[in-house]
Write a protein that binds this ligand. Structure first.
Ligand SMILES: NC(=O)c1ccc[n+]([C@@H]2O[C@H](COP(=O)([O-])OP(=O)(O)OC[C@H]3O[C@@H](n4cnc5c(N)ncnc54)[C@H](O)[C@@H]3O)[C@@H](O)[C@H]2O)c1
Ligand SMILES: O=C(O)C(=O)C[C@@H](O)[C@H](O)[C@H](O)COP(=O)(O)O
Length: 539
């Protein structure tokens, strides 16, 4: 079955046909325009068809033709302005995206688009006061287009060739579209240079941007700040303490004070740049300032790319435990720029593999195969020589797959009522270890030990065999991750596991495997199994 390389949607006058043709030419692919195909099929011009049969009939023909083409045409396919408003077309586009397709929303400057739309003439939807009609349609269609497309390309000031090149770059990037109940859809873009989309993702509403980052990623924050200033924003550069020391109420309070003093309003925005601790804190500030402002994450560690920056869990630690205060608040976009990994130390890269392996264990067994096949190279990761090597593509695929697992769990359960809890595999013990180690143990390392613990518990409960427990140990240690911990008492661990967010009342709740790629809840397991599994990870 063929499918288009890209489908272009946008308002009348956005340049869908012109830019679409350019893209097709650059890529040596065929180009199709739905409006031209319709005219060919019905044997008359669209305005005449509208006059004779009316819009509903036109939409039926249009939708049928688009649905056919989405599974039979392998070029660049441009749709008519109103096409994505038809529910059947929306469903077909969603299926196309689910199959890896790229629906590109060409976002032209409204004045330029109106001018072009008027110039062309012959548009039945613009009869009467054309500009007023265009604006009205824009108001109706823009939110739908944003929802329907998984690639948003701003073209203001670009020539058709420039816009075509931008679309090609964005279509060739890896991206995971996060959508679902209670989520304003957004993309996680993965690739070298994706940070360049920062201004596009923030949009033109914010005047001020709080760029929140740690000192350790200064090289990347300098780049972000330059991009933001070029984009015309006033940038407040906010440096926070490194790692978990940044995830505190005192740090958040300091930032709230700055935002207040610097006149941040509800239409201003936050950019979180750094490891997971920085993006958790930045998201928390964005969620709480004026009860919520737009934010974009630029994760710079592997762990932040695959996990922390996506999904909308934001938060801080308290003396009582990890991530106990926070909110579910989704970003407007995530830019996982592979260039950031060039400065990432080896041990912090390896830590990130803990959450990657977790996603393999709970859902995508292909992740485990990739980890197995490349364990030695991954373990030897060296950021300074990494870019441009075959390993970069392996890592990009691991990021895309892991984010896809996360997006799946988050899409129907943003607020973690059930399904999302599966992402917490290994975290019940993991968080307890982090706390007892005063956060000197890295999160991904603690989760690795936590997964071995959960596997032992599952085995003791009869869900999995000893081989699968051994496989946890051998895979994780081949990547350089720890599989045991022996620096605290069972009673302390148990007390902390009772404070885990999955616990209910006095009952412990765990996430355990019943086979590779499949997880279940384990509620209130017998006390002796909980203790015995702990004994087994201390050896
Ligand atoms: N919100 C979520 O869903 C979620 C998911 C997973 C983890 N987390 C949180 O994320 C945190 C762990 O994230 P982490 O592992 O990234 O730790 P981290 O944020 O502490 O970063 C680790 C260290 O690496 C440095 N660093 C990051 N990127 C770098 C780069 N490119 N070059 C040089 N140094 C760099 C950081 O400054 C820090 O010193 C924990 O607080 C965890 O609770 C949140
Ligand atoms: O997104 C989720 O949901 C997760 O559980 C992902 C975890 O990998 C992540 O470590 C998260 O921060 C844990 O959240 P918490 O609610 O257990 O604090």
């Amino acid at each position: 079955m063929s499918r288009p390389k890209a489908v272009i949607i946008g308002m009348m006058g956005a340049g869908k046909t012109r830019v679409g043709r350019e893209i097709a030419q650059i890529l040596s692919l065929p180009f199709a325009d739905a409006d031209i195909d319709i005219e060919r099929e019905v044997g008359m011009k669209i305005p005449a068809y509208f006059d004779k049969f009316g819009e509903p009939e036109f939409r039926k023909v249009e939708s049928r033709l688009i649905c056919e083409k989405l599974t039979s045409f392998d070029g660049i396919f441009s749709l008519g302005g109103g096409a994505p408003m038809t529910p059947a077309t929306q469903e077909a586009l969603a299926a196309y995206i689910a199959d890896g397709g790229r629906v590109v929303y060409l976002m032209a400057d409204p004045a330029e688009a109106m001018e072009r739309a008027n110039r062309g003439g012959g548009r039945p939807m613009l009869n009467g006061d054309a500009n007023a009609r265009w604006k009205k349609l824009f108001k109706e269609r823009d939110p739908v287009f944003r929802q329907v497309a998984n690639v948003h390309v701003h073209t203001r000031g670009l020539t058709p060739q420039g816009a075509a090149k931008k679309v090609i770059d964005m279509v060739n990037e890896r991206a995971v579209h996060v959508t679902g109940t209670a989520i304003d859809p957004y993309d996680v873009a993965i690739g070298e240079g994706v940070m360049n989309h920062l201004v596009d993702v923030l949009g033109d509403k914010p005047v001020r941007i709080a760029l929140i980052h740690t000192q350790s990623v200064q090289r990347h924050s300098d780049r972000a700040r330059a991009l933001l200033r070029q984009g015309g924003y006033e940038v407040s550069d906010i440096v926070i303490p490194d790692a978990e020391a940044g995830k505190t109420i005192e740090v958040a309070n300091g930032i709230w004070q700055r935002l207040g003093n610097e006149g941040f309003t509800r239409s201003d925005a936050v950019v979180g740049l750094g490891g997971g601790a920085a993006t958790d804190l930045a998201g928390f500030v964005a969620a709480t300032w004026m009860r919520g402002v737009r934010y974009v994450n630029c994760p710079t560690s592997l762990l932040a790319m695959v996990d922390a920056s996506t999904g909308g869990k934001t938060g801080i630690n308290t003396p009582q435990g990890k991530n106990l205060v926070g909110s579910f608040y989704t970003p407007a976009g995530v830019l996982a720029d592979m260039k950031s990994l060039a400065t990432l130390p080896n041990d912090i890269f390896i830590e990130g593999l803990g959450e990657v392996a977790k996603s393999g264990f709970i859902m995508d067994a292909e992740i485990l195969s990739i980890l197995e096949s490349h364990a030695a190279e991954l373990k030897a990761f060296d950021g300074t020589t990494f870019l441009g090597t075959p390993l970069e593509d392996v890592v990009a695929e691991l990021i895309e797959r892991t984010v896809t697992v996360k997006a799946y769990h988050v899409s129907s359960d943003l607020k973690e009522k059930g399904l999302r809890e599966f992402l917490n595999y290994g975290h019940t013990l993991g968080h307890a270890i982090e706390k007892l180690e005063h956060f000197h143990w890295r999160h991904g390392n603690a989760v690795a030990v936590g997964m071995v613990y959960a596997a032992e518990l599952s085995h003791l409960m009869g869900y999995i065999d000893a081989d699968l427990v051994d496989y946890h140990r051998s895979l994780l240690s081949s990547l350089g991750l720890p599989t045991s911990w022996n620096n605290g008492s069972f009673d302390d661990v148990l007390a902390l596991m009772h404070r885990d967010k999955k616990a209910r009342g006095n009952e412990l709740r765990f996430v355990v495997l019943d086979r590779v790629g499949h997880v279940i809840h384990l509620d209130n397991p017998p006390a002796d199994a909980v203790r015995e599994a702990f004994e087994r990870i201390t050896r």
